[in-house]
Design a protein around this ligand. Sequence first.
Ligand code: CU
Length: 172
Amino acid sequence: MKPMIRTIALATTVWLWVASASAAAAPVAAMTMPAKKAAAQPATAASVRIDHAWVRAAPPGTDMLAGYMDIHNVGPKALRLVAADCDAFAMVELHRSSIVKGVSTMTPAGAQAIAPGDVLAIQAGGLHFMLMQPLRPLQAGQTVRFTLHFADGSRAGVEAVVRTQAPTASGR
Ligand SMILES: [Cu+2]
């Protein structure tokens, strides 16, 4: 499976396209995640525990939302997160937020290794899943389903609640 975390150049192109396409019926053709193909070929479940999964609520018509979660590697082997998809969005990328010369910016984060016993915190201010091309309107209190894809072919699913604030004060 080709990782869905793409190069900066491509992501930038997509970003601009999404921004200009607004809420118009957007063709999602080549950019959709491989959900159907993956379903035909069952993968093993990754040895992960996921908590604090949530999506930040946004005003109606917002093209891009952000998703967060903590991914614990509870197995004996190192894991490498290579892609994610979400049932409410046609495109998902893992981004990292940072401050460059005083300006908040974000860039594709690439694949993420998670050592045994370690946790990958995808939380506000650092990493986030950029959720693009919404497939349905989302309101606070609703849930969406994420599927995480790892380099060894294993997968993990988690439901995330749409919320206006992080699940806990610390976000952890
Ligand atoms: Cu982003």
